[in-house]
Design a protein. Structure first.
Length: 180
């Protein structure tokens, strides 16, 4: 064995020893065990969130969506296991908007149907009743526009008169601003 081989093995040994010594210092973000300070992991805190029932009219599309959203949230927060005793309550209110734009004069079918769902949520601490966080989804808003060829479509609010845009030919919907 030559001197260069010995140095190579020594370097590998030092690197492996360093990796072994520092391996115990790192803890994943969603670790299950408590930290040295006694705080529980993120997963324990997430499982202590109670997702309240989301009200929606029975038999509507929104009722089906709200049931799915609530079930997914419960599963994602608890991992499928029963949650711990709830410390927080998540209240969600969903609202739906439906916008039919262009109607084909031959078939009387709408060519564009925009169905949007907006959510407003509040995370409240159960013990004090104080809101921890509030928020809402950003809903997209569109305004009507008439293209230079006479086709009507819906565009985002930032598109001004004279702005060149790309339109999907299949349904006449806005895609993006044209690159000059």
């Amino acid at each position: 064995m030559s001197w260069s081989d010995t140095r190579r093995f020594a370097r590998i040994f030092v690197a492996l020893a360093f990796a072994g010594l520092t391996a115990g210092c790192f803890q994943p973000l969603y670790a299950e065990r408590p930290t040295a300070a006694g705080h529980t992991g993120v997963a324990d805190r997430l499982s202590s969130v109670d997702v309240a029932s989301i009200d929606a009219p029975s038999g509507s599309r929104l009722a089906r969506v709200s049931a799915g959203v609530r079930n997914e949230l419960i599963y994602d927060l608890t991992g499928g296991a029963g949650g711990a005793s709830p410390l927080y309550r998540l209240n969600i209110r969903l609202s739906a908007t439906q916008l039919q734009i262009i109607v084909d004069i031959n078939t009387a079918r709408p060519d564009i149907n925009n169905y949007g769902i907006d959510a407003v949520y509040t995370l409240t601490e159960i013990a004090t009743g104080k809101p921890v966080t509030k928020g809402q989804t950003a809903s997209s808003s569109y305004k009507p526009a008439v293209l230079s060829n006479g086709v009507r479509t819906m565009v985002p609010p930032f598109v001004g008169t004279g702005t060149k845009i790309v339109v999907m030919t299949a349904d006449g919907s806005y895609v993006e601003r044209a690159k000059d």
